[in-house]
Design a protein around this ligand. Structure first.
Ligand SMILES: [Zn+2]
Length: 183
């Protein structure tokens, strides 16, 4: 694992690479942001929306949590959604699930979980029925979870009133191939 010094060296390299062909590369970001997409993604380290879409800084406004969930009582999510829609005026929301997801796996196995995990995983258990969690392949449960989160988003009070101008698209990312498919 890299030391803190190594990480800072990597950051210096990043700055050098970005500014080598365009000296004022970072200038445009100092005044604010106007991202095109609000992305809801799992926290999993194998997926990074900007990397997987070959995007640039400033393009994706991202909310991440375990299992890419839309939970109405989640204040952090509600704040991010409100800011995305009412301040940044974003018109496209992407909810990205992924294959081989630990959160989905936990929801399917039904084993007792630590108290720090269980309430959050229970949200997935509410989103995808027990019958589906038991009968479907885990990656198909991931897809069902994304579909359920798309529905949760459409029902979210902050989204209400934006239905005609803001689209919501569910996607699944394959950690074994890097490919993203529409659900
Ligand atoms: Zn995950």
């Amino acid at each position: 694992m890299d030391t803190m010094e190594d990480l800072l060296r990597r950051n210096q390299q990043f700055v050098q690479e970005k500014t080598s062909g365009m000296a004022d590369y970072f200038q445009r970001f100092s005044d604010g942001q106007s991202p095109d997409y609000f992305v809801i993604s799992c926290s999993d380290s194998r997926i990074n929306p900007a990397v997987t879409f070959m995007g640039d800084l400033g393009e994706f406004f991202v909310h991440r949590n375990v299992g890419n969930q839309v939970v109405e009582s989640d204040q952090s999510f509600t704040a991010a959604l409100f800011y995305a829609l009412n301040v940044l005026n974003i018109k496209k929301i992407l909810i990205i699930g992924h294959t081989n997801c630990g959160a989905i796996n936990a929801a399917c196995q039904g084993n007792a979980l630590p108290k720090e995990l269980s309430p959050w995983i229970e949200n997935i258990e509410k989103a995808v029925s027990e019958e589906e969690r038991k009968s479907l392949q885990i990656d198909d449960v991931s897809k069902r979870n994304v579909q359920a989160q798309v529905e949760n988003l459409k029902k979210h009070p902050v989204y209400q009133g934006h239905e005609d101008s803001v689209t919501v698209q569910g996607l699944i990312y394959d950690v074994g191939s890097g490919k993203i498919d529409i659900i």
